[in-house]
Design a protein around this ligand. Structure first.
Ligand SMILES: Cc1cc2nc3c(=O)[nH]c(=O)nc-3n(C[C@H](O)[C@H](O)[C@H](O)COP(=O)(O)OP(=O)(O)OC[C@H]3O[C@@H](n4cnc5c(N)ncnc54)[C@H](O)[C@@H]3O)c2cc1C
Length: 381
């Protein structure tokens, strides 16, 4: 008798698992993907949408298209998970499962920083990015602050890429705009190590972008356009772009699959939780690394972990053995906004610390990112 595999979340990780399993398993095995959103959104392209290099329609695909391949799509919020009865409760009814893949990502909570919702443009949200686009179109002169409110946040490079892209955008328009990135981090992308972090700082400096590390926001005062920090310093802005606090999707609150970190605990190699046949991948997990910090939250890891999990589920269903393990490898493009990008890659599981190399920025890496975007939206739909 066929099995039922339920995948929660049609973002980066969930999309790959659904596709991989549909290809490898016979049709008597049912594959169901559940997401509260109608569309899959390619997040890296949000930065290009921000400056008008993409339109909304170019960076999204309806998840219902997966039905053509034999993947059942349920467009509903997941309300509750019951591991005893192996049931997912949704607003459209209950769904039982034999195998479960939790790929619900990290949620954002802008309301946790007073003043954020009122006056900050949210870089991590589609409508927030569309509003940034409108606001910068009319922004002739002044100071833009890009504020990282807390760690961890997904794609540790994205706020820095946004700063570089915006700097180039205003240079081209010959507008007198100062850009500053403020963060609680000691260096950009701290898990990647000082070589990568210092390279990003020098890229910012070359573009005249101010970098202010180790600043933890307390509140935003929309009336006076001022940010207050924990150390009592204050910073004024004319336009504020924020990366909101991240956290566990509320549906997983108090779930037995959570670890001490407050995120889902998984086997770092197989991505299985402490519950048999229940896996979790991507941003919803926290995998501790030898250096003490967790694996960054990034699509590249959600993707590679999805490849491993689909192979494990396939092997279990076919009663064969799977040797595939997630090995901590990852890569990242860093867009500079001028038709060039940098590229960092390496092994995040390396002991005692991640081993990464950064390539000099070039037009080639930018082209690679553009090709990746096209490939992604073609490959999985
Ligand atoms: C601006 C930006 C740029 C980025 N650039 C890069 C990059 O260049 N490289 C890179 O590697 N990463 C990048 N990322 C990060 C990357 O997008 C994420 O790390 C990745 O999408 C995580 O995949 P995931 O499957 O874990 O979760 P997600 O892709 O976030 O998917 C989670 C899904 O779960 C759904 N969901 C959540 N809760 C519920 C619920 N209760 N019921 C039903 N559905 C629910 C959501 O709607 C969503 O579709 C970027 C992110 C941003 C915001």
């Amino acid at each position: 008798m066929g099995k039922r595999i339920v995948i929660l979340g049609g973002g980066t990780g969930g999309l790959v698992v659904a596709n991989r399993l549909r290809r490898s398993l016979t049709r008597d095995n049912e594959i169901i993907l559940i997401d509260k959103e109608k569309n899959h959104l390619l997040n890296p392209s949000l930065l290009w949408l921000m400056v008008g290099w993409r339109e909304e329609i170019q960076i999204q695909k309806p998840l219902s298209l997966l039905e053509r391949k034999g993947i059942r799509f349920i467009n509903a919020p997941v309300l509750k998970l019951d591991f005893e009865t192996k049931t997912v409760l949704t607003s459209q009814g209950d769904v039982s499962f034999d195998y479960l893949v939790i790929s619900l990502g990290a949620s954002t909570f802008p309301e946790k920083v007073p003043g954020f919702v009122e006056d900050a443009f949210d870089l991590y949200d589609l409508s927030g990015v569309k509003n940034i686009r409108k606001a910068i179109g009319n922004f002739e002169k002044g100071r833009i602050v890009i504020l990282i409110t807390s760690t961890p946040f997904k794609c540790p490079a994205a706020p820095y890429e946004a700063a570089l892209i915006l700097s180039e955008y205003f240079n081209r328009k010959r507008r007198d705009v100062d850009i500053e990135v403020v963060t609680p981090e000691p260096l950009p992308m701290p898990v990647a190590g000082p070589e990568v972090g210092n390279m990003v700082v020098s890229l910012l400096q070359r573009s005249g972008i101010r970098f202010t590390p180790q600043h933890q926001v307390l509140k935003i005062d929309p009336e006076n356009k001022e940010i207050s920090f924990q150390d009592e310093k204050k910073l004024s802005y004319d336009l504020l772009i924020g990366i909101p606090p991240h956290g566990l999707p509320p549906v997983l609150k108090d779930s037995p699959v959570l670890g001490e970190s407050g995120w889902v605990k998984v086997n770092p190699k197989t991505l299985e939780t402490d519950f048999r046949n229940i896996y979790a991948i991507g941003d919803v997990t926290s995998i501790p690394l030898p250096l003490g910090r967790p694996l960054p939250k990034a699509g590249v890891f959600a993707h590679f972990q999805a490849e491993v999990v689909s192979q494990h589920i396939e092997a279990k269903i076919k009663s064969s053995s799977s040797t595939k393990e997630f090995d901590g490898r990852g890569y990242c493009f860093i867009e500079l906004g001028n038709g060039r990008a940098g590229y960092a890659s390496g092994n995040f599981y390396a002991d005692p610390k991640p081993m990464l190399k950064m390539k000099e920025p070039s037009a080639l890496w930018h082209l690679a990112k553009v090709l990746f975007e096209k490939w992604w939206l073609w490959r999985w739909f």
